[in-house]
Write a protein that binds this ligand. Structure first.
Ligand code: AMP
Length: 290
């Protein structure tokens, strides 16, 4: 395993390998790696000759009042995970290397950002799209791996790849969960003991919503209300949003039709947790990124 801190060296190395016909699987992360990240890395390992992991806490995707300064980091443990999953190259640039001066050009996401996390985190997905445009250009991977846990990000990355003609195959990876159903997240370390106990209720709430669809309910508002009610009665978290949208277009709908996403974000004292379920109109879980 080799660690690179500058783009040029990594680019040179990858150019040789690409010329020899190697396929490259790329997993972008912000570090503090857990089993969810491992799923992405293992899938990349299975499908490619070379696996590149990037670890970069991207300041451009954090708002002024967000947790950039206290985003959890553990470089040593991340390196162990990278070794364990047989990563070939780790790219860990400094902020000054990625953004040498105030940039002349950034990427702006045009749609799908006025809902879900986009509406409570203005500019977040522009930051994500900008850093990914840079990372895709540096690494030029054959395939890239993203978790369904960040489903809005996944839909936007699909749009970025399509609209900018990146010759990259996007592979969605299902959300890894703790035994009690809580979606794994670097931010789970911020949960207080009592919050950690009730956090699995978020997934339970989503499954109640899905159950309603399986049973034939089609009215979006009825499902949203039931899910919100369950969260409010079973946790002390403050709901940021509970929403049911078309997926991957992220368009608002009144009735469940085609593939949809039921998603939520809930604030606990020190952490904002997100989770979702993507399903067809009958409530069968599936993710198609048309
Ligand atoms: P992050 O380090 O939070 O930026 O996440 C890096 C990648 O890991 C993103 O594609 C996430 O969607 C994915 N990821 C995070 N948590 C999970 C999880 N519990 N299961 C699967 N993928 C995940």
């Amino acid at each position: 395993m080799r660690i690179f801190s500058t783009a040029t060296e990594l680019q040179q190395e990858l150019a040789h390998l690409r010329a020899d016909g190697a396929t490259i699987g790329f997993v972008p992360t912000m570090g503090y790696l857990h089993e969810g990240h491992k799923s992405l890395l293992l899938e990349a390992r299975n499908q490619n000759d070379i696996v590149v992991l990037s670890i970069f806490v991207n300041p451009l995707q954090f708002g002024a009042n967000e947790d950039l300064d206290r985003y959890p980091r553990d470089e040593k443990r991340d390196m162990l995970v990278a070794l364990e999953t047989e990563v070939d190259f780790v790219f860990m640039p400094d902020v000054s290397d990625m953004y040498p001066e105030s940039p002349l050009v950034t990427v702006k996401v045009q749609s799908g950002v006025d809902v879900l996390c986009g509406s409570s985190r203005p500019g977040h997905f522009d930051g994500v799209a900008t850093v990914l445009t840079k990372l895709f250009t540096i690494i030029m991977p054959t395939r890239t791996y993203f978790g369904e846990k960040d489903a809005q990000q996944l839909a936007i990355v699909a749009g970025l790849i399509r609209d900018f003609n990146f010759p990259i195959e996007l592979i969605p990876v299902p959300t890894r969960r703790e035994a009690d159903g809580l979606a794994m997240s670097s931010r789970n370390v911020y949960l207080h003991e009592d919050e950690r106990k009730v956090a699995p209720k978020l997934q339970e709430a989503l499954q109640i919503g899905r159950g309603m669809i399986v049973a034939g309910e089609r009215d979006v508002e009825t499902i949203r209300q039931a899910v919100s009610h369950f969260i409010n009665t079973h946790t002390h978290g403050k709901i940021d949003y509970v929403d049911l949208l078309a997926y991957p277009s992220l368009e608002r709908i009144h009735r469940v039709e085609g593939q949809v996403i039921l998603a939520l974000a809930v604030y606990f004292q020190q952490a904002r947790l997100i989770d979702n379920v993507i399903m067809d109109q009958h409530g069968h879980q599936s993710t198609v990124l048309r």
